[in-house]
Ligand binder design. Structure first.
Ligand code: FAD
Length: 413
C-alpha cells in the first residue's frame, strides 16, 4: 500500500499542470513541474474558457486578471455561409452560471498560470522533456529527462497533453492520437476590423457547405485583440504539409476556401498576421488513466477535439478534483481510482460531444448544408438549456460518489 504522497512530479506546464501544482501546494503537498519546451511568451492561438473552467481559475485567484486581459463573450451567434443568422447560444452566462465565458490568448493564460505557480513557490523547470518513468517498489518514483537529468517524487502526474509521453508509460500499447480529418487555421487580427463590421462582444460561428469560420474579440489590445479561425476537411492534405507552407500561401489558401463567405470573413483573412495550423486530434477511450504511482489528467487522459470548446476547462476541473481526491484518500491507488471513476463519465461525454459537433463542419451537398442550417435554426431554441450540465458543473461542489455538482452550486444566485 502506497500512502499519502509528499511530493508530486508534474509533467507539462500547459493548463492542467500548473493549476494542479498550485492547488497541491496550497493543500500542503510539494509539487514540481517539468516542461519540455523552454519558457517563452506569445505561443499559440486564441481559446475560450467557459464558466466551469473560470470557476477553477477564480479558485486560484486568476479569474479577474484573465477577464481584464481577455474578452467576455456575451453570446455565440451562428450564421450560414451567406450570413443569414441561424440563432444564438450561451447568453447570460454570468446570471446563469456565476461566471462568464472568456475568450483569450492561450499565451496569456499559460503565462498567468506559470507566474501564479512561481508565486506559490512551485518549482517550474523548463527544457525538461520526459523520456521515461521508473517506478520500483520501496523507491521514489523517478522521471528521466531527455537531457540525461532526472527527478524523484512520490507520485507522477502526466499533464503533458495530447501527445503525452506519460500515457505511453501508463499504457505502452494504448491508443495514439486520432486525426479527426479536420484542419484548423487560426490567428489574430486588429480589433478595428471587427469593430468596423459592427461585431458585438460575442463569438460568431459560420457553417459553410464545406468547413467553418469563427471570429470574435479576445482582448483589449488594438493591434491584435480579435481572433479568427477556420476549420476545414483535410481533403488529402494534412496539417503538417500546410505548416510547411509560407504565410502568403496559407493566406491564399484561406481566401480561396472561404471565397464568397459573408463579411467580415474576407477582411479577417486579409488582416490575419500569422496563421497557425493545427491538426484536429482526439484520443480513443483509455482502458485506465493510471499505473502504479503515475496518473494522467487533462488531454493526456481524455484529449478532445476543440469543437465543444471544453478541453481546457475540463483540464482545469481535473486539476481541482485530483487535489481533492488526494486530500480525501491517503492511499494513492484508491485516490487515483476515485479520481478516474468520478471524472471519466463527464470527460468522455464531452469528447463524444466535440466529435459530434465536428461533424457539422465537414463537406455537405448544397441541399445537405441547407437542411443542416434549418436544423440548427429550429433546434437551437429547443435545446437552449441542453448545455447546462457542461457550464453549471462546479468542481468545488462535487459529491465524489456521483461526480455531479450539488444543485446549490449548479447555478449562481
Ligand atoms: C486549435 C485548438 C483550439 C482549442 N480551443 C479551445 C477552446 O476554445 N477552449 C477549450 O477549453 N479548449 C480548447 N482547446 C483544447 C485545449 O487546448 C486542451 O484541451 C488543453 O490545452 C489541455 O490542457 P492540458 O494541460 O491537458 O495540455 P496542454 O495544454 O497541451 O499542455 C501540455 C504541456 O505538456 C508539455 N509536454 C508535452 N510533452 C512533454 C514531455 N515529454 N515532457 C515535458 N513536457 C511535455 C507541452 O509542451 C505542454 O506545455 C483547443 C485545442 C486546439 C488544438
Amino acid at each position: 500500500m502506497i500512502m499519502r504522497p509528499r511530493k508530486a512530479l508534474i509533467i507539462g506546464a500547459g493548463i492542467a499542470g500548473p493549476v494542479t501544482a498550485i492547488l497541491l501546494k496550497r493543500a500542503g503537498f510539494e509539487a514540481a513541474i517539468y516542461e519540455g519546451w523552454s519558457y517563452s511568451t506569445g505561443i499559440g492561438g486564441g481559446l475560450q474558457i467557459a464558466p466551469n473552467g473560470m470557476r477553477v481559475l477564480a479558485e486560484i485567484g486568476l479569474a479577474d486578471e484573465l477577464i481584464r486581459g481577455g474578452s467576455v463573450c456575451e453570446s455565440i451567434d451562428l450564421y450560414s455561409q451567406s450570413g443569414s443568422r441561424l440563432g444564438s447560444v450561451n447568453r447570460n452566462m454570468v446570471v446563469r452560471f456565476g461566471y462568464p465565458s472568456v475568450s483569450m490568448r492561450r499565451a496569456m493564460l499559460t503565462e498567468a498560470l506559470v507566474d501564479q505557480a512561481w508565486s506559490s513557490c512551485v518549482e517550474v523547470h523548463f527544457e525538461k522533456r520526459l523520456a521515461r518513468i521508473e517506478d520500483r517498489p520501496d523507491q521514489p518514483i523517478v522521471a528521466h529527462f531527455t537531457d540525461g537529468s532526472s527527478a524523484e517524487g512520490d507520485v507522477l502526474i502526466g499533464a503533458d497533453g495530447v501527445h503525452s509521453a506519460v500515457r505511453r508509460h501508463v499504457l505502452p500499447d494504448g491508443p495514439t492520437p486520432c486525426d479527426t480529418g479536420l484542419i484548423g487555421f487560426g490567428g489574430f487580427v486588429p480589433r478595428a476590423i471587427l469593430e468596423a463590421s459592427g461585431a458585438r462582444s460575442s463569438l460568431a460561428m459560420t457553417f459553410g457547405q464545406s468547413g467553418f469560420f469563427g471570429y470574435g474579440f479576445c482582448g483589449p489590445e488594438a493591434a491584435d485583440g480579435a481572433m479568427c479561425w477556420s476549420t476545414q476537411p483535410a481533403r488529402g492534405i494534412d496539417a503538417e504539409t500546410f505548416r510547411a507552407k509560407d504565410q502568403a500561401t496559407l493566406k491564399q489558401h484561406l481566401r480561396r476556401f472561404h471565397a464568397g463567405w459573408h463579411d467580415p470573413i474576407p477582411q479577417l483573412i486579409d488582416a490575419t498576421e500569422r496563421i497557425i495550423v493545427t491538426a484536429t486530434l482526439d484520443v480513443a477511450t483509455l482502458p485506465t488513466w493510471s499505473r502504479g504511482r503515475t496518473l494522467l489528467i487533462g488531454d493526456a487522459a481524455h484529449a478532445t477535439s476543440p469543437h465543444a470548446g471544453q478541453g481546457a476547462s475540463i483540464a482545469l476541473e481535473d486539476a481541482y478534483r485530483l487535489v481533492r481526491a488526494l486530500q480525501n484518500e491517503p492511499e494513492i491507488s484508491i485516490a487515483f481510482q476515485n479520481f478516474e471513476s468520478e471524472r471519466r463519465p463527464r470527460a468522455e461525454r464531452l469528447v463524444a460531444l466535440a466529435r459530434h459537433n465536428g461533424g457539422r463542419k465537414r463537406e455537405f451537398s448544397r441541399a445537405g448544408a441547407w437542411i443542416r442550417d434549418q436544423m440548427i435554426r429550429v433546434m437551437l431554441p429547443l435545446n437552449a438549456r441542453s448545455q447546462d450540465w457542461i457550464y453549471g458543473y462546479d468542481a468545488r461542489a462535487v459529491t465524489p460518489r456521483s461526480g455531479m455538482s450539488s444543485p446549490r452550486f449548479r447555478q449562481a444566485a
